[in-house]
Design a protein. Structure first.
Length: 282
């Protein structure tokens, strides 16, 4: 995820990827998240690290449980972790139904007329722009006059989409513009463009095809960085030749060369370049 690496959590993160055997009393359905997001934690406790988030409209299956905590696996990026049963709102969903990804925030209303502000990256189903309604699971939601096909379409480049989230604050484990980490940021941008990439930066370092030299990098290419131990700890996206956009404190733009990211405020390099990956073949 981000560049604030806590090596004590590596074991818990690895454990979160282990798929447990189903117990006889576990539901086998696919569920759809109906909160803006739900924290996905490394263990069955609010004190456990937030590894990631499940966003509104994303599907998951339950794979284990301990008391009020459920271990789930998301269908979008096959990420596993623990959620508090009291913290979520969900409903059974159709595994084959395809969600439409929002490219911006959207104010909507639940059946009880209470408000919900969805963010970019959330998914909606069966959008009816004429009547300004959509569904998620078994529930219907209404929206205002701003609800239109423009909320779901993308006409700009990957780099232009990334620019929309400039200054979004950094939060470890975050996947939405109001709080996002480095790998969540690039995953979000690609998700809006209909492309699934892995959740964590070390997995993103294996996606797509390798680019040998920074001079060959194109807008949208992923640039990944390692630490003194050779561990991938950070990821950004090429914005233009010599410029990278990445989440470090906030989503920001810095200069980049064959050595890594150069930050003017520290008059030095903050991240050492390890590899460049091209997700979209040009």
């Amino acid at each position: 995820m981000g560049d604030e690496v806590d090596y004590q959590t590596d074991f818990h993160r690895a454990e979160s990827f282990k798929i447990c055997n189903f117990e006889e009393n576990l539901p086998m359905e696919i569920f759809i998240c109906e909160n803006v997001f739900v924290p996905l934690r490394s263990g069955p406790s609010h004190k456990s690290e937030m590894l990631s988030q499940v966003l509104f409209g994303e599907k998951y299956r339950i794979i284990d449980h301990i008391g009020h905590w459920y271990k789930i696996e998301t269908l979008f990026d096959n990420y596993a972790g623990w959620i508090d049963a009291d913290h979520i709102q969900n409903s059974p969903g159709n595994e084959k139904a395809s969600g439409h990804v929002l490219n911006r925030s959207l104010l909507c209303y639940k059946n009880d007329k209470t408000k919900l502000v969805l963010e970019a990256g959330c998914e909606i189903y069966e959008p009816d722009f004429e009547n300004r309604v959509f569904s998620a699971g078994k529930n219907k939601y209404s929206a205002g006059s701003e609800f239109s096909p423009a909320c779901l379409k993308f006409s700009e480049s990957i780099a232009d989409t990334a620019m929309k989230f400039i200054n979004s604050p950094y939060i470890w484990g975050g996947r939405i513009p109001s709080g996002i980490d480095c790998s969540g940021f690039v995953q979000l941008v690609y998700k809006i463009h209909g492309i699934n990439i892995p959740r964590d930066s070390w997995k993103q370092a294996e996606a797509g095809e390798s680019i040998s030299f920074i001079e060959e990098a194109l807008p949208g290419d992923l640039v990944l960085f390692d630490d003194e131990r050779g561990k991938i700890t950070h990821v950004g996206m090429m914005l233009a030749q010599g410029l990278v956009i990445h989440a470090s404190g906030r989503v920001r733009i810095d200069t980049i060369d064959h050595q890594g990211i150069y930050k003017n405020e520290i008059r030095g390099y903050s991240h050492k370049l390890r590899t460049i990956r091209r997700i979209i073949k040009k």
